[in-house]
Write a protein that binds this ligand. Structure first.
Ligand SMILES: [Fe+2]
Length: 383
């Protein structure tokens, strides 16, 4: 993350700041991890605290089907049901105490505002196009974009398309770029597979000075609340700091390759407490004359592994459709499908794109996941 400033802000923080009409602007500290994490200061036309009503919208607690899983599994993303509404469309497939993840196929833009009050959200756009509108500005998005939306961000999703497919994560802890790629000042280092130019910050447009009834759906601890505010939440005239939503496109991830097979950490893109997110991208394969580009069999003892296949042919698997999820639970050896290792020898490059999530604690599976499971995956390595 880096310092960013947008719109009008006072020369000194926590001092009088007024409009040309001599009205006060109202300052808000918006940050994460108490007062020691990153934060921004926002300046509102109206007090951001003017609640009119709070009502329970729904209990969105995921229904657990498998609490303790040891099987390799495959879930067919193409079979996940689309829904008109953005929140209804979010089908959580797997979760633990650190994260929830799944697939959303929302058909319509959100008329209301939304805020996840206690989890960071990551969206990976598999299909669709639109604008993420937030109280610190707008981000246009399209296929291949990761959208990182920190907890507390008030936002709307405006889709230009109807067939939208979003892989999503809700994270209990903040989602950051990997620490090993940042220096002590936070700057991304030369060996990082992406740099600040690849990270797109929201553009702030004219503030909305409106009073009335503004519905913000607020998610906290699996409950979604309808909170009606008296002023438009996008009334920010300016802000500065380190805490804001951003986007990063997977095609801007510069792959790290080697003479022999490189381990998964070279694909790492984001980190949070107890899980990492990696991007598998089009790349040249290993160039030792006897290199085996397919991964070796391995038992990822300390994490589960989830892959979401988004573009191209995946070289280590025989029967993968785009939008499929595979889950390889910790402690169970997994590896390429029969024939995949042999096929990979001598191949020069791959055009695969996939997002991998490695949670360090075992995943629970939901009823929604069971609806789209392909049970034949378990025995798909038999020769
Ligand atoms: Fe693996």
């Amino acid at each position: 993350m880096r310092y960013h400033s947008s719109g009008n802000i006072p020369q000194k923080r926590h001092t009088v700041f007024k409009s040309p009409e001599d009205n006060f602007y109202y300052e808000q500290l918006f940050g994460t991890e108490g007062f020691h994490g990153i934060s921004s200061l926002l300046y509102h036309i109206h007090r951001p605290t003017q609640i009119k009503e709070v009502k329970l919208y729904k209990d969105a607690t995921p229904q657990i089907a498998v609490a303790k899983n040891i099987q390799p599994r495959m879930f067919k993303g193409k079979d996940v049901t689309p829904e008109d509404d953005f929140l209804e469309s979010r089908k959580i497939l797997m979760l633990n105490n650190d994260l929830k993840m799944g697939l959303a196929k929302p058909r319509k833009s959100t008329g209301y505002f939304y805020k996840n009050a206690h989890m960071d959200e990551l969206f990976f756009v598999h299909e669709g196009k639109g604008v993420l509108k937030t109280f610190v500005g707008d981000l246009e998005f399209g296929v291949g974009d990761y959208l990182i939306i920190p907890r507390g961000t008030i936002y709307q999703m405006e889709f230009e398309t109807e067939n939208n497919v979003l892989f999503f994560i809700e994270s209990n802890s903040p989602i950051y770029t990997p620490k090993r790629y940042r220096n002590e000042f936070g700057q991304l280092l030369e060996h990082s597979p992406f740099c600040e130019r690849d990270i797109i910050v929201p553009t702030l447009y004219a503030p909305k000075d409106e009073k009335g009834e503004f519905l913000i759906k607020v998610k906290k601890e699996d409950m979604i609340w309808d909170i009606t505010y008296a002023t438009h939440p996008f009334d920010v005239v300016g802000w500065d700091g380190f805490f804001y939503p951003f986007k990063f496109n997977i095609k801007n991830f510069e792959p790290i390759t080697g003479r022999v097979h490189q381990p998964p950490p070279v694909h790492q893109t984001f980190e949070a407490h107890n899980f990492v997110v990696c991007s598998f991208v089009a790349r040249l394969f290993d160039y030792h004359p006897l290199a085996i580009p397919a991964p070796y069999n391995h038992s990822n003892i300390d994490s589960d592994e989830v892959l979401f296949y988004t573009e191209g042919d995946f070289m280590s698997r025989n029967h993968i459709d785009l939008m499929d999820f595979t889950l390889h639970p910790g402690g169970i050896v997994h590896g390429p499908h029969p024939g995949a290792m042999e096929r990979s020898i001598g191949v020069k490059e791959t055009h695969e794109y996939a997002v991998m999530v490695d949670p360090f604690r075992p995943l629970l599976l939901t009823e929604e996941a069971m609806k789209v499971e392909d049970p034949s995956y378990l025995t798909s390595w038999l020769e």
